[in-house]
Design a protein around this ligand. Sequence first.
Ligand code: PEP
Ligand code: MG
Length: 584
Amino acid sequence: MITYQGVPVYPGVAIGKFSVVVSDRVGAQKRVAITQEQVGAELARLDSAFRGANKTLEENREDATRQLGEEFGRLYDAYLLILNDAGLRSRIEKTVSNELVNVEYAVDTTLNQYADRLRGLESRYAERANDVLDLKDRLLHQLLSIRVYDPAETAEPTIVAASFLKPSAAAKLDPDKTAAIVTENGSIGSHTAIVAAAMGVPTILGVGPFLAETKDDTVAIVDGELGRLILDPTPDVLAQYERKLAKLRENQERLAAKARSVETYTSDGVCVEIKGNIEFPNEAKTCFEYGAPGVGLYRTEFLYLTSPNGALPDEETHFQAYKKVVETMQGRPVTIRTFDLGADKLPSGLRFTPDDESNPFMGLRSVRLSLRNGDMFRTQIRAILRASVFGRVQVMFPLVSTVMEYRKARMIFNDVRDELVEKHIPFDPDIPLGIMVETPAAVVTLDHFAREVDFFSIGTNDLLQYTMATDRTNPSVSELYEQESPALIRMLKRTVDVARTYDRPVSLCGQMGSMPENLPLLLGLGLRTLSVSPGMILRLKELCETYSIDECRELVNRAMLMESAVEVRMLLRNDWNDRLHLGY
Ligand code: PEP
Ligand code: MG
């Protein structure tokens, strides 16, 4: 039995076997010098990699033909043709024997050069460059013994493991086939963590190297609450976790069976709204069924991140997605956030941020990117406006730093509205416009915004990274990325106080709200609307009923005096532990 500690991202327990995801291109291969005597062995490895890659391609072709038809099966012929091109193979062999280098390096450089040459040709051939790079990965998977995750291959849900999972790759996982997610690298603030939470499966990120210890039949336990990964558990530990799993299921069933209303009240009768954060339209159903009084954050950028072949979604695709969410919520408000792309949310195949940004989280992302890509922005706004007649819509702009940015975004919004009026296309004329509060600049000038915006929603994931000058995805500095940080708590307090002074609705939609132990802090700071991962709605609604606002204020008074995140965390943990026995 081996136990690893990672960052807990989503609670729950899973017990099972692994599937390993290779979410990215295999990285550049190191050049390793070999001797003349080693050439034969390296070429034998190359031969076996070619045979393995051929075999999997043939299998893929058969599967695709069986499931989707001849036409799709034939797509693999192009790959097989390139792979079996004698010239390509002999070039790799020559690199090994003439330059006396390892075969991984020879495959990497030879196929990269081949892809570069294709890119320089007319577009019909240039498109083939990606096929060549895919083949390179297939050969390297064989050489490096990387097992590739294929959801089609698994009948039962499995624990998905990866070294690093990009948000776009996480978004493509099949929730029905995913029992849990564990990665070697990654952090709590990353969008991968958010996608994992949206799937509602136990998730631990940043466990450190463990993949080398796993085999096809390794049994693992993922404890999402404690951030613990256990490989090959002893019978005792396994039995203990099977009991824990049964208890969690029982609790979930109890919560699901409980009569629920949209309203939630604290023990002293104060109304609290627990809305849902969604990334995909079908999540709205869970929000509705769990009695969420609305969708507080719809992260529409996932339409771009999951779009096939990296193509931009067209207006109809946007419209259908928004209409579905708005209709599902049956008149409860849906806050649609305009696309928040850039930094770690980049659709593969689409280029609209500079390649050489040295600091992408400080760069061309979010509303900045929307203002720079007017056509894309207008397409989205048109679709939102058209969907607004099917229910209640609010529109929110992400990462706004200055009032001028907000005004520009609003101007484009109004411009698109005028265009629809001219074309007699119906829409709701009273759509509230709001901003995400996620930069310190927005917090300190909130009074300026308050005169012009209809509502605020606090994005603590980004607000924390910009307040602490700490990249939310960088594990080397994750000790500074603490949600209990006194600096963040002060930012929250100021935002809530100013919003209240100007009588502007304010909610919180960062991940902080989805963590039950933070609830008394957020209620005590004056927040009355939280938007959380759909899977946490029921738990949080029930938990609200156990707190009085007075005791929450009392807790905040103590927290405000504390000088470190550790002290605040202890305070929240102690309070939380007192409630754990209640089954929360
Ligand atoms: C946030 O920053 O808190 C937020 C909700 O937005 P995202 O996590 O999508 O950046
Ligand atoms: Mg954000």
